[in-house]
Ligand binder design. Structure first.
Ligand code: MN
Length: 240
């Protein structure tokens, strides 16, 4: 039996006028020389007329965000250790952070996607923002200095806030799992290796392992030991 198609999904999308793009460009802080670049950045591969979709621009934009975030951190927080900078970076390039910027720009209202625009996922939103940066880079004739300036100007305060309020400090079990899911579609395993000491003075040792990587963490509770073990493996993987 065929699936019933909800009515909302077959309604045609409103056609955007160049006026609408004008608003968006104002928010972005950049005026496209070739509006086609912006349109491509906003076209999902599922869209019926997508001769061009955002995939290539997203691929490019992904690297641009990585670079700009690291450049920002190195310039503004040179006294932090590299391991700390790495976890700040991990947050600042995460789906969570980038999709919140995309949402604020209202990219979900502009995206050309099949189905219901109301349900644009946060992973598509993050992709849209990456694609947008790729598009600006291309459209500005690869003017990285300009793009860097724009990015710092528009999102510098936000990034600083993330660092100063410690919003990037997510728990290591979650961070590690995200990393290994992305890398291998696999998750780490935790195992209690030993418990020593009397009641109220117990020390737990937990091993965290994924593939050939493993580390042991110690703590006053199983949870604390797991966090330490996860942190060690996370840092190991960041350096490989
Ligand atoms: Mn992406």
């Amino acid at each position: 039996m065929p699936f019933p198609i909800p009515l909302g999904l077959v309604a045609p999308m409103p056609v955007l006028s160049s006026e609408d793009y004008k608003d968006l460009q104002e928010k972005i802080g950049y005026h496209f020389k070739n509006i086609q670049n912006l349109e491509t950045a906003l076209t999902h591969r599922s869209y019926k007329d997508s001769r061009k979709n955002y995939e290539l621009l997203e691929f490019l934009g992904d690297s641009i965000v990585n670079f700009l975030v690291v450049d920002f951190l190195v310039e503004n927080f040179p006294d932090h250790k590299e391991g700390v900078l790495a976890s700040m970076k991990a947050y600042l390039i995460s789906e969570e952070f980038l999709s919140s910027i995309a949402e604020e720009l209202g990219l979900d209202k502009y995206v050309k996607i099949s189905g219901n625009r109301k349900f644009v996922s946060s992973s598509v939103l993050a992709d849209l923002f990456e694609a947008l940066l790729g598009a600006i880079y291309i459209d500005s004739e690869r003017d990285m200095n300009f793009l860097r300036q724009l990015f710092f100007e528009k999102y510098g305060n936000r990034m600083r806030e993330v660092v100063e309020k410690g919003l990037y400090k997510r728990d290591y079990k979650t961070l590690l799992q995200e990393l290994t899911q992305g890398k291998w579609k696999d998750r780490p395993v935790y195992r209690v290796v030993s418990v020593v000491g009397k009641e109220h003075e117990k020390v737990f040792e937990v091993e965290c392992s994924i593939r050939e990587h493993r580390a042991i963490g110690k703590g006053r509770s199983k949870k604390e030991a797991q966090q330490e073990a996860a942190k060690k493996v996370y840092e190991m993987l960041q350096n490989t």
